[in-house]
Design a protein around this ligand. Structure first.
Ligand SMILES: [Fe+2]
Length: 213
């Protein structure tokens, strides 16, 4: 799934770049658990997991906070059935987001309760490994269903301008000290060609900044 993304046909296709970075984080975190040995420091794992979980939770929250769903009323020419399918898909998306939050919480619980101390024993490592794999699989299922089911629907429903707004919410964190942290984070896992696509899009986002921000 780490194939090169060579164009962003529509602004919301930036999702593929973000998902690529999320997948890379999952691989790094799983590797960080595998590398744990009896008595070794948990710090490298904690750093990897923290980076992944922070980005994942921001992403899930940003998606629910945007009008990715489009208007609530059926769009022109949209049948009742199509509107129902849409709301069922969005309900599924929300359920998947909640599941991701739960899985993140489960890893944190292992870190807090099972370990407490700073060094690793085999049982802890196995416990941690199980939860991290569960989170990675939940994430993969979610990214796949979003790419296959949600994105095509959203691309069709939102105008270019609306898509830029959503893309901005996904990439710029107005609440953070450094609002560009997501852009920087995504960039790390992109090829130079993909970095150019992201940079070009970022320039266009400035036109869709919220007027009060
Ligand atoms: Fe997404």
């Amino acid at each position: 799934m780490s194939s090169e993304i060579t164009s962003l046909d529509q602004p919301l296709d930036v999702m593929f770049l973000i998902h690529k970075a999320l997948r890379a984080e999952a691989v790094r975190t799983e590797k960080a658990v595998s590398d744990l040995e009896d008595g070794s420091s948990l710090q490298p794992f904690k750093l990897a997991f923290n980076s992944w979980a922070t980005a994942l939770l921001y992403h899930a929250e940003a998606e629910m906070g945007t009008d990715m769903a489009g208007p609530e009323v059926p769009a022109d020419g949209e049948s009742n059935l199509a509107a129902r399918v849409k709301s069922a898909l969005l309900a599924q998306e929300e359920a998947e987001h909640l599941e991701l939050v739960e899985k993140v919480q489960e890893v944190l619980t292992v870190l807090d309760e099972d370990i407490g101390a700073t060094s690793v024993i085999t049982r802890t490592k196995q416990h941690l490994f199980r939860q991290v794999v569960a989170l990675r699989i939940t994430q993969e299922d979610h990214l796949e269903s979003e790419e296959a089911l949600i994105l095509p629907m959203v691309r069709q429903r939102l105008t270019e301008e609306q898509q830029l707004k959503v893309a901005r919410a996904l990439l710029i964190d107005d609440q953070a000290d450094d609002p560009r942290w997501i852009v920087e984070w995504v960039t790390r896992d992109l090829s130079s060609g993909e970095q150019n696509l992201l940079a070009d899009l970022e320039v266009r986002l400035n036109g869709s900044a919220p007027s009060n921000g």
